[in-house]
Ligand binder design. Sequence first.
Ligand code: NIG
Ligand code: FE
Length: 420
Amino acid sequence: VHSARQVVLVASKGERFLKGEDMKHIAVLEKDGANGVSIIVGRDGLIHAVGYDADIQKKYCDAEFDRSLDASGMCIVPGLVDGHTHPVWAGDRVHEFAMKLAGATYMEVHAAGGGINFTVDHTRKASEDQLLKDFEERLRRMLRCGTTLVECKSGYGLDVETEVKMLKVMEKAKKIVPIDISSTFCGAHSVPKGKTADEAADDVINVQLSSIKALMDSGELGVDSIDVFCEKGVYDVEQTRRILQAGKDMGLLINFHGEELNYLGSAQMGAELSATAISHLEEVSDEGIAAMATSNTVAVVLPTTAYILRLRAPPVRKMIDGGVPVALGTDFNPNAFCLSMPLVMHLACVNFRMTMNEALCAATLNAAASVGKSNSHGSIEVGKVGDMLVINAPRWEHLIYQLGGQDHVIKHVIRRGDVV
Ligand code: NIG
Ligand code: FE
């Protein structure tokens, strides 16, 4: 890519994530007179050089390139990273959207047997082929919205067969869609009918996790993280701790749902276990924020969910000022049907009062950190994957500013050097 007007690196010094004031000052290389900015991606798919056109021309000759892309007048940002999705499921919940618009709360729908349990019924019945077909289409829509790395959770099985079926669908998708997937096992997403939360936690630990470990050991599954929906009426803090610890003991990163609808103190518990990330956090306390800052636990905040369920906004400003690395995700699921990180960044700016720099950092480097992949993803730096977006505007901020305009604003999505 050559002659770009702006190249947003996000980080330029090998940072694992940015926090505090650093989230405001992301690194940008600007065209200087006629001298634009170039990025060289090698045949290995990794970034080999970033710099002014004139300097790059001294190092490489044009004949060395398989292809080149002229970005005159345009801007380059890193490929977006979606830090939280539930994208493998059957059976939409458009009828519940109507119930919620009429005044029902998320937990009222859940307690009446709808919500996650509705999706579990449909996902258990669906074939692997059907799940894969719908998942693939969702991933392609995400790619068109600029996402090049996405965290994907299981959790609509709640039994070993269906949880494994979901994780296998993710494994297959990794081979057919040009997007990077970080898989999360979320067998403790809800308490299945007929079990108490303690019995369900035992099943997750003794039956589901041990089957998944065997499939990981044989190379059939690649799973990165473990998740639990820690919430009043779902899994309490002690049950959550037990499940997360079991996952951690088998080498998974801890990345769970906490402090969403009710304050339970799960942020402090997560920090004690050195959780990589905690999502939602609308109800997190000052003590929770302090604990997460000390353990460098990434806060994955989800503006679509807060918006759709009309929850209060998580205390993002307090978290950033308190030194917690903040990341963003779509939370794509049948409750929050959103595949677009540009829309999420826009909502984060308006409803969570983040600056555009903070939102971009949260949607790239920090989201990559939330899945333990910020050494390879999330910024335009030599040695990282060549994943980037060509923005069809004179300043990169149009990606956030043009609400819903991503079709026009994102000119190209580049993954490992290939336009996809
Ligand atoms: O992140 N809170 C729990 N999990 C999802 C919702 C999943 C569902 O409703 O199907 C969330 O919002
Ligand atoms: Fe979620």
